[in-house]
Write a protein that binds this ligand. Structure first.
Ligand SMILES: *C/C=C(C)/C=C/C=C(C)/C=C/C1=C(C)CCCC1(C)C
Length: 247
């Protein structure tokens, strides 16, 4: 029985984690936090009516997809002491579009169109694919790809802060408008953590500005703040809006 268990990868050898391995540590804690958040969102979603259930489900999917990727990234880092760039970007390319879907879902009450959602999704994919190019294939021109990525990022910021998404949020008013505003801050400030990680981890004129802080620690902090924080804003909206509807 014991040998059977050790043959299942979940119970196989556990890699050592050095006390000063902050990257390994944040992958480990990040993985646990994403799992806990997923359990929380999935278990609470059925207490809401249909309008909010989907939004809370998507919050859970975002943290769950991240939990699975963190499981692999934690292991990849422990085995190779190298950034798990591929897994990182696969995670982002699945979860960031889902965050765009969240904006659409909460703004549907004000008549948000699918085209708004798709515009945001495409921009987020451009932002991520160009970032991936800069981190992997074209590291020598990392600044260039980072710039293109940054432009796509700013268009997303504009859409939600002053563009069509903002107009819909104002029309919706009340709790939706409040939640939209908080999510806007997450995208403006929380998402800005990522270009900092990128600059810390790729060669370029900006080298050294971030004092050798490891790129993966910065990304891991960004993910915890944004994925769990974002989900909690949606959860809070579901709670407050449902309470008002039944009142
Ligand atoms: C859960 C994961 C999230 C919210 C990831 C977001 C990632 C970004 C906003 C990344 C942005 C980047 C730039 C704006 C420029 C440099 C390249 C990136 C991809 C790190």
């Amino acid at each position: 029985m014991y040998s059977l268990l050790t043959n299942i990868s979940l119970f196989a050898d556990v890699s050592k984690l050095a006390v000063d391995d902050y990257v390994g540590f944040t992958f480990f804690v990040g993985c646990m936090a994403m799992m806990a958040a997923s359990a929380f969102f999935f278990l609470s979603m059925n207490t809401f009516d249909r309008k909010w259930k989907t939004s809370v489900l998507v919050s859970g999917l975002i943290t769950f997809i991240a939990a699975v990727h963190y499981w692999y990234m934690r292991d990849y880092w422990a085995a190779n002491m190298e950034s798990p760039t591929f897994f990182r970007y696969v995670d982002w390319v699945l979860t960031v579009p889902l965050m765009c879907v969240e904006f659409y879902l909460i703004l549907k009450v004000a008549g948000a169109k699918r085209s708004l959602m798709w515009n945001m999704i495409w921009l987020s994919v451009i932002m991520l694919v160009t970032g991936y190019f800069g981190e992997t294939l074209y590291r020598d021109q990392a600044w260039f790809w980072g710039l293109i990525s940054g432009i796509a990022y700013f268009i997303i910021v504009a859409i939600i802060w002053v563009g069509p998404a903002k107009k819909l949020a104002v029309q919706a008013g009340g709790e939706v408008l409040k939640a939209h505003k908080t999510l806007c801050w997450f995208v403006l400030v929380g998402w800005a953590i990522y270009p900092i990680g990128y600059m810390a981890g790729t060669p370029g004129w900006y080298e050294g500005i971030f004092g050798g802080l490891p790129m993966d620690v910065i990304y891991n902090i960004g993910d915890a703040v944004n994925k769990i924080g974002f989900g909690l804003v949606i959860y809070n909206l579901a709670v407050t809006a449902s309470a008002k509807e039944t009142a």
